[in-house]
Ligand binder design. Structure first.
Ligand SMILES: [Zn+2]
Length: 285
């Protein structure tokens, strides 16, 4: 599943290709979208802007409607020049937005809904902008308060909770815990307000560093802003702990550990020496 930084980059690329140019064509294999287009044609409107909220991608049209998509595991948006061959079969096309200069094709996008500003604001699962770590209006103190309220969760699970904050995926989860020296299995109830603020600040910093113009497509936490070489074969090469089970910690050389965590059984990586449990007890691997 793409992380928030991936969706952010997709939204940025789509916005650059589509925004401000008249839409010359719209097609979809989803009856609800075609019916909407039939009643209130998107052709002739422009795309005002394209926005990411956590793992949701929002295309705002000048007529006031917003197309909301979620990629889940299978979906992707591609941008093509007219006449350029597509990288996926036509049968995978779910949504097509055309302008004179570009085509935006949503391939196998499993979730696609048309919204008004009102229905968007009421949507129970699409994060509001102030919850998104990559949003300009992200509110750190408020996010720290929401985090501290999750007293029945471990901190790694709470970081993935879209009600707490949006944009942190499973890779960043482990990296944020390492960066703050906190054990991912520690209960939120054991956090001080300062630790909660540090976690939220680290989340924002790490995810934001990965949407810089030159940050490429891979997640980089280890090595800071340094541009990584392309075609790394090891997925953990640019990370502190994620994907590095059994390999020496980059700070203390203790072997990095891996464990399945939470009700959604997501994999977690951590260093037992750099991220000890406060009472000295170890986490059974
Ligand atoms: Zn370590």
């Amino acid at each position: 599943m793409p992380e928030g930084d991936t969706i952010f980059r997709t939204a940025r690329a789509l916005g650059r290709a589509l925004a401000g140019r008249p839409i010359t064509g719209f097609r979809s294999t989803y009856p609800l979208l075609t019916r909407f287009h039939h009643h209130a044609p998107l052709t002739g409107q422009t795309v005002d802007r394209v926005e990411s909220r956590g793992k949701w991608l929002l295309i705002h049209f000048s007529g006031g409607a917003t197309l909301v998509t979620h990629m889940l595991m299978s979906g992707s948006w591609h941008i093509y020049r007219p006449g350029q061959p597509w990288q996926q079969p036509r049968a995978n096309m779910r949504i097509l937005i055309e302008t004179r200069d570009y085509l935006a094709v949503g391939f196998r996008v499993p979730v696609a809904e048309m919204h008004t500003a009102q229905s968007l604001a009421r949507h129970p699962r699409i994060p509001q902008p102030h919850n998104d770590v990559l949003s300009q209006s992200f509110d750190e103190p408020e996010a720290a308060r929401r985090l501290l309220a999750q007293t029945d969760q471990a901190i790694a699970d709470a970081l993935l909770d879209q009600r707490v904050l949006a944009g942190v995926g499973n890779v960043f989860k482990s990296e944020i815990c390492f960066a703050t020296g906190l054990n991912p299995f520690l209960s939120v109830s054991a956090l001080t307000p300062e630790q909660a603020q540090t976690l939220i600040a680290a989340a924002r910093k790490l995810v934001a560093a990965n949407v810089l113009e030159d940050s490429g497509d891979a997640i980089v936490t280890y090595g800071g802003r340094k541009r990584r070489t392309t075609h790394e074969s090891d997925p953990g090469a640019s990370l502190w702990v994620y994907g590095r089970a059994g390999q020496p910690c980059r700070r203390c050389a203790e072997p990095v550990r891996r464990r399945i965590q939470g009700k959604d059984a997501r994999v977690t990586f951590w260093c037992p020496r750099c991220q000890p449990m406060p009472n000295g007890s170890d986490v059974d691997g």
